[in-house]
Design a binder for this molecule. Structure first.
Ligand code: PLP
Length: 407
């Protein structure tokens, strides 16, 4: 029978999903998964953070907890602690009550809530696009287009140096239509691992101020990148200090290893308390119509991790464990490539930060690594650093060395 839905086209399969399926189906003993966007320990296993186990045990013994709805804006002790975490305990924006914080379905939900709010309330010239870095997290473009916001890109990654295209980036900011929204990765840029330096952030803020651009920060890796929560929040705090109105989509997936629990917060920092109240009221309406109220479990874990001093200290240790392991893998991979005399300069792997590295491997090399060595990564040459460990790093270095020499 005919259907009104006959015109629905088949969507392309998610490339990452295809990669995961191919890895799973591969029976080779030495196969390596460098695609996964989640932390793995030295045995390639997911890691439940000790701080999360402790918080979970506390919750289980707490007779006051029930399964009632959270408020529309979420668990307030969690969202307020989350605001202090990203903006800093002494943030004047918090002291002046200029921050609206709404609990979301993790970082994805936070980007979406911000996009939905902007789509509804931000005055834009017709079809004025949201600026995304080139490249960016694969989900950004569709999150904005889902709420009818067109997007465009600003130059970001510079292949010759495997670093930042600072000139291209700043030129795009200078020439963007006044008032444009610019999405910025707060730290540990996904997929490249390339972040601006502090001096570069200062310059970026200056240009954005001069051109009245609106910063939309996506912060998915605070503490996970350098191992230090304050260090990874530096750029956001600098922009707040410069007096911007801005928003931040904050995820607890990576830094607490709470991927499946969907703990996140959307923060809007506005210029006045009075405006903040109106903005918060509208965010609540969007939230109500979309999810009614956010999920409790992950928020309670993150709440305990931030608000119990002894757990907060433990969390920081856990963060240093994850970030430290990844930084060690970076150093070792570079050292092992140098040992082998692999052609090329691999120092960028050490300079890049966070979950990923843009290796500069070509599509052809990526294909060879997969077909001949059973090493899986996205075809742009991005590797998930946490997929490396003491058991497979020599194998991976040898494979990269061979493939680079052959092609
Ligand atoms: N933003 C960026 C840049 C990311 O890399 C991710 C996760 O990979 C997210 C947001 C959102 O993740 P989640 O929705 O799990 O918090």
């Amino acid at each position: 029978a005919q259907s009104s839905f006959d015109a629905v086209p088949m969507a392309p399969t998610d490339p990452l999903f295809g990669l995961m399926a191919a890895y799973k189906a591969d029976t080779h003993a030495k196969k390596v998964d460098l695609g996964v966007g989640a932390y793995r320990d030295d045995n390639a296993k997911p890691w439940v953070l000790p701080v999360v186990k402790k918080a979970d045990a506390i919750m289980r013994d707490d007779p006051s907890l029930d399964h009632e709805y959270l408020p529309i804006a979420g668990l307030q002790s969690f969202t307020q602690a989350a605001a202090r975490l990203i903006l800093g305990r002494d943030s004047p924006a918090i002291a002046d009550q200029r921050v609206s914080s709404v609990q979301t379905i993790s970082g994805t939900g936070a980007v979406h809530l911000g996009a939905a709010f902007i789509s509804k309330f931000y005055p834009r010239q017709q079809n004025q696009p949201v600026f995304l870095s080139n490249p960016t997290w694969a989900n950004h473009q569709q999150i904005f287009s889902n709420v009818h916001l067109p997007t465009t890109t600003y130059p970001y990654y510079y292949p010759p140096t495997r670093g930042l295209d600072f000139d291209g980036f700043t030129e795009a900011l200078r020439t963007a239509p006044e008032g444009s929204i610019v999405l910025l990765h707060a730290c540990a840029h996904n997929p490249t691992g390339v972040d601006p330096t502090r001096e570069q952030w200062v310059e970026i803020a200056k240009i954005m101020k001069a051109n009245n651009l609106f910063p939309f920060f996506d912060c998915a890796y605070q503490g996970f990148a350098s191992g230090d929560l304050d260090n990874d929040a530096w750029a956001v705090r600098h922009f707040v200090e410069q007096g911007f109105e801005l928003c931040v989509a904050q995820s607890f997936s990576k830094n607490l290893g709470l991927y499946g629990e969907r703990a996140g917060v959307f923060h809007f920092v506005s210029g006045s308390m009075e405006r903040q109240k109106r903005i918060a009221s509208q965010l609540a309406i969007i939230q109500r119509s979309e999810i009614s109220n956010p999920p409790a479990y992950g928020a309670r874990i993150a709440d305990l991790a931030m608000n119990r001093p002894e757990l907060f200290e433990e969390w920081k240790v856990n963060l240093r464990t994850m970030a430290g392991r990844i930084i060690t893998c970076r150093e070792q991979l570079v050292a092992k490539l140098r040992e082998r005399g692999t052609p090329g300069d691999w120092s960028h792997i050490m300079k890049q930060i966070g979950m990923f590295s843009f290796t500069g491997l070509t599509e052809e090399q990526v294909k060879k690594l997969r077909e001949e060595w059973h090493i899986y990564m996205t075809k742009n040459g991005r590797i998930s650093m946490a997929g490396l460990n003491s058991h497979n790093i020599d194998y991976v270095a040898t494979a990269i060395d061979k493939v680079v020499r052959e092609t």
